[in-house]
Design a protein around this ligand. Structure first.
Ligand code: PLP
Length: 421
């Protein structure tokens, strides 16, 4: 077990008295870009991607970056330039991948509840693999493929009933979760459809959850999947890959977690039992550390019992993870005022008491108009944004080699109202 903090490149560091991203002053960015704004480091994405790729260098593998973590086009294009392929979780994400010039065969299409339209689109596009979530979905894919005169490349997502020891809301491989088919039923589902026209079984798929910080559940999942692949080989299936999904956690609180090298070291002995190439679908571990949400303090208040609030211009509409999962994010002032640290509640402006980023967080003195950066929000941050309270989606900026560019402009009220009569 190692601490990611000591090994992983941390893009947000003070330069002189003020916080910078890869050496570019945050203050200078928001002078132009305004607040709230997501700022990403291209270097952090490159380094995290390469750490995973290097960790699996000794075993045939393909990284299919999970678009759901962050699908802003410029970031997706950056990942393509690194050699990544993608995991798409909806028809929308398939189209984003196409917009970013991914070839259809480099897309795996996963996701519970794929609609008929989405399946028709995926089959017609010829995506690399459709990870089917049920026997019924396989049959629908087969019918669609026959109707189009095509053969769909498929895998079945299995649910192994393994506890990933993560937050319950992001556990996906327990028998109480809606995902996949029970592991013990998978072999029969493959066998029963071996001769089905329209289907070609190319893999097996598993994804037991996200933000996993111990090796045991991941090794257990790999072991279950490889055992199934070996059984299917005995049954005469020629599988091209086993897909381990994503799930590798990051050290939000600086706590020990597992590194890509730990992960690869634990699962490759399992993979070698079958010798079939592995597909990996990391999301958080690729982009998590790369992003900060920079917001401005718009109010401060102190209650008689001494509780102090700093109200930001960003809230759960810009970053819902703390409200949704009680997740922890480091929060740092962009410029630090002299004075003793004290406990602050850092909150958003939304009319919900759950709109809280941190409680009793020790911070230096905070004043109205100060800038703060909420760190480690590159994954499951901006993608989960909403217009609740008619807040507008923030701008997004990418810092690369000393310069920054706006990769998504700030939404305007006109953008939002354009959909309404
Ligand atoms: C099927 C699938 N693959 C990959 C991922 C990416 O997971 P993570 O961001 O934890 O690596 C997810 C996210 O939940 C997923 O559902």
């Amino acid at each position: 077990m190692i601490t990611c903090d000591s090994l992983v490149y941390q893009p947000f560091q003070p330069t002189g008295d003020v916080l910078a991203c890869d050496g570019v002053s945050i203050q200078s960015i928001v002078e132009h870009a305004g607040t709230p704004t997501y700022i990403y480091s291209a270097r952090a994405i490159r380094e995290s991607y390469r750490a995973i790729d290097d960790a699996f260098a000794s075993y045939p593998h393909a990284i299919h970056y999970a678009l759901k973590a962050n699908s802003t086009l410029a970031i997706v294009r950056l990942l393509r330039s690194l050699g990544s392929r993608v995991d798409a979780n909806s028809g929308g994400e398939i189209r984003v991948a196409e917009r970013a010039s991914f070839a259809p065969q480099d897309i795996v299409f996963t996701g519970v509840g794929k609609t008929r339209d989405e399946l028709e689109y995926a089959v017609a596009a010829g995506v690399g693999t459709i990870n089917a979530e049920s026997a019924g979905e396989l049959d629908r894919i087969a019918a669609i493929a026959r109707g189009q005169g095509r053969v769909a490349r498929v895998a079945v997502r299995v649910n192994p009933d393994i506890d990933p020891k993560s937050h319950p809301h992001i556990s996906t491989g327990l028998k109480t979760n809606k995902f996949g088919v029970p592991l013990q039923e998978a072999r029969a589902i493959y066998r029963a459809r071996r001769e089905t026209n329209g289907l070609r079984f190319v893999g097996v798929h598993i994804h037991i959850g996200s933000q996993i910080t111990t090796l045991e559940p991941l090794t257990h999942a790999a072991e279950s999947l490889v055992s199934l692949a070996l059984e299917l080989r005995d049954d005469g299936f020629t599988l091209e890959h086993v897909d381990l999904g994503g799930g590798l956690g990051i050290a939000y609180e600086g706590r020990p977690t597992i590194s890509p090298a730990d992960y690869a070291g634990a699962v490759t002995p399992e993979l070698r039992r079958a010798g079939i190439p592995v597909v990996l679908e990391p999301g958080r571990a690729v982009v998590g550390y790369s992003g900060a949400l920079v917001a401005r303090v718009v109010d401060t208040k102190c209650f008689p019992d001494g509780r102090k609030f700093a109200v930001l211009d960003a809230g759960m509409g810009e970053l819902i993870r703390p409200a949704l999962y009680g997740s922890f994010h480091r929060i740092v002032p962009v410029a630090v005022h002299a004075g003793a640290e004290s406990a602050w509640d850092i909150v958003g402006p939304i009319c919900e008491s759950s709109d809280v980023f941190a409680r009793d967080r020790m911070m230096p003195p905070l004043e109205v108009d100060d800038l703060v950066a909420i760190l480690d929000v590159g994954a499951y941050g901006s993608v989960m944004g909403s217009n609740y309270n008619r807040h507008l989606l923030p701008a997004e900026v990418l810092v690369d080699e000393g310069t920054w560019t706006t990769i998504r402009r700030r939404q305007t009220l006109e953008d939002v109202l354009a959909l309404e009569t």
